[in-house]
Ligand binder design. Structure first.
Ligand code: UDP
Ligand code: MG
Length: 332
């Protein structure tokens, strides 16, 4: 039975939400990769509140292969939080994050490790092509990454996901960032250090349905914009300025035309009505944008833990105080 040395060199973090159809193949492909790595590895499977047999499969894998650690979140907290939980527990010198559906090919890890050994602290995978994803999803992703690139106050590489290798230094720093609106690829870029890309063609899902629903993807996109840019707030100033200038001009011409009973004056009055509707819309949108920021401040000040764990397997080799510190690091 493969066992884990006390200090793994590599940690693999895999968030899992209803992936029972992919787990066996993922395990097969990943363990083939582990066999040829130059040090011991651990695989941290994070169950993000799956409702299928994923958790049971993780337990079985753990009993078969002691390199497997599993964490079970007490409900579905979302992909970014599941990855965060994995990062809190990972012990490797290099930590690799990958999806369970094999869209992040485990074999790419060889190139990532080579770059890490060349001295890069972050090696992220950059998609040059996405296979079998709907045109809508590809279009949304294309637009989103370019808008984010314009707005964000830090350069977040385009067409990258969370699939990456991070050095221990980066993981320790990420673990000290307490924010709950987490956009890991943004936080990773924010940290700086030496970062590079390995490019790959993203294959289709091995099996099952996409777990990132449109709603979840939209929430992640809004989170990333709000977390990495205050430009939307600055737009208030701009719209205020434009409206004031327009109002001044409009007021002047209204006064001039008030005396003239011309058809032009009637058109001007209806234009006035449209103008009020437009202003109302600008104000509502502005309040909405402001609400996004205030809502996040509210979430942060509540100070709740990022996640709760209902079950952990495979941390027997870790000193109890370390286990406890990790498990509660987000609570205290
Ligand atoms: N996932 C998760 N929690 C969620 C949604 C997704 O842990 O609430 C996991 C999922 O099991 C997969 C990864 O996140 O391992 C990426 O999900 P998906 O393949 O649906 O996203 P996409 O590849 O379409 O971006
Ligand atoms: Mg996927």
């Amino acid at each position: 039975m493969p066992t884990l040395g006390t200090t793994p060199k590599y940690s693999f973090i895999i968030p899992i939400y209803n992936e029972e159809e992919s787990i066996a193949e993922l395990y097969r492909r990943l363990t083939d990769v582990l066999e040829v790595l130059d040090g011991p590895s651990e695989i941290i499977l994070v169950n993000d509140g799956s409702r299928d047999s994923s958790l049971e499969m993780m337990r079985q894998l753990h009993h078969r292969d002691r390199r497997i650690v599993y964490l079970s979140l007490a409900r579905n907290f979302g992909h970014q939080i599941a990855v965060t939980a994995g990062l809190n527990f990972a012990r490797g010198e290099a930590v690799i994050i990958l999806d369970a559906d094999l869209q992040d090919p485990p074999e790419l890890v060889y190139s990532m490790i080579a770059e890490w050994q060349n001295g890069y602290q972050v090696v992220y995978a950059q998609r040059i092509q996405r296979h079998q994803e709907s045109w809508f999803k590809r279009l949304m992703a294309y637009v989103f990454y370019r808008v984010l690139d314009r707005l964000a106050n830090v350069r977040i590489p385009k067409d990258t996901g969370d699939f990456c290798l991070m050095d221990r230094v980066i993981v320790d720093l990420l673990n000290r960032m307490p924010e709950r609106s987490r956009y890991i690829r943004g936080l990773r870029a924010w940290l700086g250090f030496k970062q590079t890309a390995v490019r790959f063609e993203r294959p289709p899902r091995f099996a099952g349905e996409v777990k990132y629903t449109f709603k979840k993807s939209l929430a992640l996109a809004i989170n990333s914009l709000v977390a990495f840019s205050v430009l939307p707030l600055r737009l208030f100033n701009l719209s205020g300025f434009v409206c004031r200038e327009y109002g001044d001009c409009h007021g002047f011409f209204s006064a001039v035309l008030a005396d003239c009973q011309t058809r032009f004056a009637a058109d001007w009055a209806s234009d006035d009505h449209d103008c009020h509707l437009f202003l109302g819309r600008v104000q509502l949108v502005s309040i909405g944008i402001l609400g996004e920021y205030i809502g996040r401040i509210y979430e942060e000040v509540k100070g709740r833990p990022l996640y709760t764990l209902s079950e952990v397997g495979g941390l027997e080799n870790v000193a109890p105080q370390v286990q406890r510190r990790n498990a509660y690091s987000q609570i205290t």
